[in-house]
Design a binder for this molecule. Sequence first.
Ligand code: ME8
Length: 517
Amino acid sequence: MEDKNFYITTPIYYVNGDPHMGHVYTTIASDVLARFKRLDGYNVHFLTGTDEHGLKVYQAARDKDMTAQELTDQCSQKFRDLGKMFNFSNDDFIRTTEDRHKKGAQALWKKLEEAGDIYLDKYAGWYAVRDEAYYNEDELYEDEQGVKRACPTGAEVKWVEEESYFFKLSEWQDRLLEFYEKNPDFIQPQSRKNEILSFVKSGLKDLSISRTTFDWGIHVPGHESHVMYVWIDALTNYITALGYPDEKAPLFEKFWPADIHMVGKEITRFHCVYWPAFLMSAGVQPPKKVFANGWMTVEGEKMSKSVGNVITPETLIERYGLDGSRFVLLRIAPFGNDCDFSHEHAVNMINSDLANGLGNLAQRTLSMIVKNCDGIVSARNALTSEDKDLLDEAYQMLEGVRVEFDAVRLHKGFEVIWKVVSAANGYIDAQAPWTLKKTDPERMGVVLSVLAEVIRCLGLIIQPIMPDSSEKLLDQLEIPQNERNFMHLSPEYALKAGTTISQPQGVFPRIVEEDAA
Ligand code: ME8
């Protein structure tokens, strides 16, 4: 059988400040997809890392009285630590200050030069350091203080004039439009696609791709007074991490083109316009898909230190636990839309979906098996249509989640799972095993066994979302480690009669408001 490969990446994050909830949001979504695909039989390569060059990082270091190298070393380590804290399963972590990356970025530059797509000129225009982006006059507005800002990000822009190399982006308009047409799923969700299409259709200007006024960057090969524009450097991470420029490198052969670049919506232009143009110019295939997640606000406001509403990754974990945090961030809103994080909403989701929904189902079922069946799972004999319907729904869940996750509709995938949780809770209430205990103990054993099998299926399918809690649940059901892939989500591997269950521990605790405040 042909190997199934899946390559997913997060943005590489700037090291000008500490990691925050927004970074966690994108990486958790990517982590869930990476874990899902691994369990579904794919060879997965999951990449994240840090973007360490450019004026923004250079200025941040200067403001902190540090060298750029000191700041990047310190801050990149914080992003690595964040990975451990949130149980991210990335296979690699790239830093753009590493030699493997510099070598690859310079090689890409040379390819663009050989293709005749680079020329030297003078740049005179607007630049926003916060976005590390060039803006056209028609994209700007003035705030109340008369400061020129970029629309729609609100970053301050400054006039820049310097010698610069340019990439002939203007010549790529038709080829890009043709590429989008042939690859209709390249930009997701649809709203972002419309923005990109209208941006490209309105005409592309050549892009300044080098700077001379500072030198915290990768030197342009053969022209040492120039450093590469940080975005051409940064985007290249997705291929240098696979061994580029060696296109025969095992990882490159296996995983390029990437299946998904997961990014925030504010950086789609870089990923959907510049990046495929660079790659096509260099004779490398563009990625298959760029998915832009929406922007997260907190209690209705943009996260900012001055508003004082920044929720640190540590606070999230303290309040909601590791798996609770992973769950609420992704369940909060349709994935791809903007979303607002509020403490009240998070507590409600944890209490209703996790504690009352899944947690209660597992706790009730398993403790009844311990109490009333000596902890032994009964044979599932003489199944009724209700039993069979519930089991069928549990076995069909994988296909439903697969379809939704493949389309990066994470919220819809969650709905498929929680539909089964509700069906099982409805079933337990309708069958009332606590009554059967007196009237028909044999039937009670069957009902509890059906439920235990459904819980096994649920425990398997939630592994990508909540790796720790699912492990505890599957341990309680004595599921062997080598029977925890999605191929085991079928009747063939059903929980065997005679399996012994020990006194269950609640896996999804309720949050009591006073504790969380
Ligand atoms: O842009 N809501 O890095 P960055 C949702 N280095 N997502 C958010 C968010 C929020 N409030 N805040 C941040 C860069 N993000 C470049 C990327 S890639 C070749 C180079 C997430 O540190 C979101 O994914 O500014 C966004 O795109 C990313 O963090 C920006 O991180």
